[in-house]
Design a protein around this ligand. Sequence first.
Ligand SMILES: [Zn+2]
Length: 238
Amino acid sequence: MSLLDKKNGKLLVIAPHGDDEVLGAGGLIARALDRGWEAHVFFATSGGYTNGGSGGDIPEWVSMRLTEIEKAAQFLGITSYEVLDSGIGECVRLDTLTRRVMITALEDTLARIRPDIVAMPCRGHYHQDHRLTAEITLGALRPAPDGRLPFVPCVLAYGHTGAGWGGEGFQFSPNTFVDITDVIDRKLEALSCYQSQICPAPHPRNPEAMRKDAEHWGFLSGCQYAEAYECLRMVETI
Ligand SMILES: [Zn+2]
C-alpha cells in the first residue's frame, strides 16, 4: 500500500523557510503531483534575512527569496503556497512572533486545505526557526475529536542534512521512506531555483550532497534514492 493510494488527495508541506520544502519533501511533492494530488506549501517565513555578523534585514533579500520560492513552486507545479510574512514588507523573525499568532495562521490554512498528509519539519534540528515551526505545527495538528479542527490522518516529519546535530533531544529517527528514484532529478533541479541558498560541497545545502543524502536513505530502505520521514501519526481510513 502506498501513502499516495488515495485518489485526489491533498498534501500540505510546512516549511520554515523557502527551500526547506524542496530539501525535506521535494520528492514527496513531485510524487504526489504525479499521482494527481494537490500539493500545497505553508512557508513560515521567506527566510529573507542575513545570516550572522551584524547584518540586518535587507529588503532586496526578501524579494529575492520570494522570487526563488515562486520559481521553485512554478517548476514543481505546486498547487498553492503562502508565506506567513508576505504583505508585511519585511522578513519576520519567527522567534519574535507569539506562538498563538503562528498556530492560528496554520490552523486557518489547515481548515482551508484539509490535507490528507502533512509533511512538517522534524523537531531534531539545531535551527531555531525549524524547531519553532515544528512546535507550532504539532500544536495546530493536535487531536481534536470534537471536530473543531480538521482531521489530518497522516503526519510525517522530514529531516534534512542539518537534522540530528545536537545530541539528546535533537535526534532525527526516520521510520518511513518515500522512494524518490523517479523524481530525484526534479528535486535537484527544484533546489537549483534557490541559488542564494546553495553552498559549495561539502556543505549539505548543495545538489551533490542532497543526492548523497537521498542515496543514503535509499541504502537503508532498499531503493536507489529515498526521502526519510518520522511518521508522527498514521490513522488508517481506507
Ligand atoms: Zn530552513
